[in-house]
Design a protein around this ligand. Sequence first.
Ligand code: GLV
Length: 315
Amino acid sequence: MTRKIIPFVSGGSRTDTAVWLEALQAAMPYFSIVEINALDEPARRAAQVAIVADPAPSDLETLPNLKWVQSLWAGVEKIVADLPVSEMKIVRLEDPQMAKTMAEAVLAWTLYLHRDMPYYRRQQARGMWEPRPMCAAPDRTIGLLGLGKLGRAAAGKLRDQGFTVCGWSRSQATIEGVATYSGVEGMKSVLSNSDIIVILVPLTHETRDLLDEKAISTMKKGASLINFSRGAIIDDAALLSALDRGHLDHAVLDVFREEPLPRSSPYWSHPSVTVLPHISAPTTRATASKIAADNIARFFETGVIPKAIDRSRGY
Ligand code: GLV
């Protein structure tokens, strides 16, 4: 029997695509995982499901009979924005391993700010020996924007590390040992009480420019910011101005409106900005391939499409 073809649609480099194809094929030997460019017309028409990783919408449009796509990325805002609303369902990656990876990154970069590493780096460059007063973890409030699977895992890790943790989400969440808020007033409370704000909300029409000039001015003077979600959540001009004025102390930015970050961006050389190349929580190939394999096998056995995103909500 010929194996069913599952198209793989990736916006990544050739090397990245090749490594993914290998991992996906190994996880589902009973299907044939084929890169979209290698598919002929009949195969494109036959495809009911595709695996996607930051796909070009023009590629997806060549698969007219897709019932659903399995994303290997947690964030699917580009597919939601670029593809016309259709019957096609979008299943984002929900991988417990990614939540762990993200929680670890949040802890790492929170500690980086908490223990004044950017400051000591600058002191060393100037040959200066000037200790800053130490602040104990419980005296530092970390505010998370977004309490989905990734946000919850991060909140737990920060709490267990001894920080005072609060968090905001669209609908009210409950997390043991974490002060949780929702709504406009809740957002103000989190912004105004936190020493470090960590952005983990998905990018939707509601969260685009969430951290605009007004929101940033609500933040505590001297607070810092970590963005591990999407660049478009922050108004770049407002952030740069707040850093230049000293209203904010430091920003750790892993995501940008344009990636790779253009050479001309002022972020590269800003003394109060740490630029990271979108590395906070990369998908783990083995676990994600297994999740995709299980979802696709179940679909062909039972017809059940895994829980898809709500397109009107955007995630
Ligand atoms: C990475 O940014 C992802 O959405 O998985």
